[in-house]
Design a protein around this ligand. Structure first.
Ligand code: HEM
Length: 201
């Protein structure tokens, strides 16, 4: 491979952000471009989270250099999920809420915005503890903390299903993604067995 390790993840993440910018600038009609930018970063964050939880399973299904790479770089890919989510939240505050931090509380869909904020706090917690120092200090609790990702994922689904303006209003999108997550978790936790596999991801 031309570029190795975390640099490959960093460049891919930046390339995706640039692609969103180019698509929003040149392909999407001007009056929809703000919603497109905001939604796309939220959507990218969600897809990246799904990739992070899927990577141990992908290695079990097909053990090749790409799946091993995704597993080894899980920490950096997770950091990009946080980066995309932080960009989504910053754009929401910039374009929709005028940097009024309490604005979500006064809106009719406040419950679902608060669920997004809780998911964001969970992701921030995971990003802040995804380093060797935190792993050493937290010991066994660090492993337990990783389960927060599933709570964040569930909260994001409810949040996006109820407030989404671009991708989620097409109801095929959330249902296909939810089905994907259910299949991944069923295989990952051996609720449904992969033929010929005895190992747990
Ligand atoms: C303070 C926290 C958050 C706030 C205030 C917030 C706000 C919003 C708003 C206003 C929308 C509707 C506009 C749109 O469709 O883009 C939205 C949609 C969405 N948000 Fe958030 N969000 C937050 C956190 C998050 C997080 C942490 C994620 C993902 C990790 C996320 C993922 C999404 C997704 C996937 C959509 C639907 C996109 C679409 O289909 O249009 N949000 N959010």
């Amino acid at each position: 491979m031309f570029l190795k390790g975390k640099y490959c993840v960093i460049l891919s993440g930046i390339a995706l952000a640039i692609l969103v910018y180019l698509a929003g600038t040149f392909l999407i009609p001007a009056k929809q471009s703000t919603v497109f930018f905001v939604s796309s970063f939220g959507f990218l964050a969600l897809l990246t989270l799904i990739l992070v939880i899927s990577s141990p399973l992908l290695v079990r299904l097909k053990n090749n250099s790409l799946t091993r790479f995704l597993l080894v770089q899980q920490r950096w890919i997770g950091l990009f999920a946080f980066f995309f989510a932080a960009t989504h939240v910053s754009l929401v505050y910039n374009f929709f809420f005028g940097w009024d931090f309490l604005k979500p509380l006064s809106l009719p869909n406040s419950t679902f915005l608060i669920l997004g904020a809780v998911a964001f706090l969970f992701l921030a917690l995971m990003a802040a503890t995804s380093n060797d120092f935190a792993i050493r200090v937290l010991g066994r609790n660090w492993k337990r903390l990783q389960y927060v990702i599933y709570a964040a994922l569930a909260l994001v689904f409810v949040h996006a299903y109820n407030v989404g303006l671009f991708y989620f209003p097409n109801r095929l999108v959330p249902w296909v993604l939810a089905a994907l997550v259910v299949i991944v978790l069923a295989l990952k936790w051996n609720i449904v067995k992969i033929p010929g596999s005895r190992e747990k991801a």
